[in-house]
Design a protein around this ligand. Sequence first.
Ligand SMILES: NC(=O)c1ccc[n+]([C@@H]2O[C@H](COP(=O)([O-])OP(=O)(O)OC[C@H]3O[C@@H](n4cnc5c(N)ncnc54)[C@H](OP(=O)(O)O)[C@@H]3O)[C@@H](O)[C@H]2O)c1
Length: 324
Amino acid sequence: MTTELKSVLVFGATGVIGQYVIRALIEESSRFDRLAIFTSPSTLQKKVEEIQWLREKGVEVIGGDLTNEEHVLRAYAGFDTVISCVGRNMIKAQIDLLRWAEESSPNITRFFPSEYGTDIEYGPQSAFEKPHQGKLQVREFIRTSIRRTEFTYLVTGPYIDLYIGKLSQNPHAGSFDVVEKKATLLGSGDEQVSFTTMKDVGKLLVAALRNPTVSRNRALRVCSFTTTPHEILAEYERQTDSKWSVEYTSLADLKTLENIAWEAGDPMASIFTLRRIWTEGGTLYESNDNQDINMQSSDLDTLADAIGRAVALNGQEGFQSGDV
Ligand SMILES: NC(=O)c1ccc[n+]([C@@H]2O[C@H](COP(=O)([O-])OP(=O)(O)OC[C@H]3O[C@@H](n4cnc5c(N)ncnc54)[C@H](OP(=O)(O)O)[C@@H]3O)[C@@H](O)[C@H]2O)c1
């Protein structure tokens, strides 16, 4: 059994959540012997400044195609941990990444598949949710074909940073517009949801690495805090010192919009489904696993922190965790 995870290779490190994960690893870089990212040739060309910044922080940069066995096996050499932050359209490609680790890279002892979201095995209905299917296939492959390589699923629930933003394509799926000071709240506004900030996803992942025995071969259900749409609105009103205009999308209306979106092949369909699951209570547990990896509430962001960053951005998109 692994006792220490010391050399870490990250896939998808320049993506939405990967940027936060790699920054959290850099902050704790003294704990690691090696930190590296595996990235595509197109990212090497398009994200020159980000790649340069990572190199300056001591991160090794390995270019290659993650669907190419030779590239991946070469990259795996000398690492004990793989952290995958690949995006939704590459989720199933992780089956090969896992197979190559299991069969040909005995040095890889731990694999973190790209999860960082809704619990895909929350209850019996989860098996039928369309957005979960790729991740469920990855878990099924691990269950049936992985014997040696250890794994950890970091289940964080929704990112509050995205939930409290403006959803311009379709505000009926829930939206907070800090410029116009108007919100569309889901459900009655009083349903609880457990959220994680993107910054805390990185912190919690590092905590899982620091506690390799307890995080071994399981899902870790973690979060920054639990709140409701009404509490989010109240915090926005407090921090902007103004009254916002409010509309609601009831759970029944959300389900109707979800069905229409799936039938029309609308890319918003997954967002409707996930937000319906969250509003139905699909992020709530009697207790979470924060304590298992020694994370206290005081280590993590609060709702006020998250709203404070959103207010400071004033509707602009931006990287929200700051430099390290
Ligand atoms: N909880 C939530 O609210 C929430 C929200 C969004 C996402 N998530 C989850 O977080 C995980 C990561 O999602 P993300 O949105 O951060 O990912 P993303 O930004 O869409 O993509 C991450 C990286 O995947 C790599 N990639 C490799 N091949 C690719 C290809 N053919 N097309 C696109 N990307 C490719 C790219 O890195 P390189 O170019 O460096 O190879 C890319 O930067 C997923 O499991 C997703 O479900 C959760």
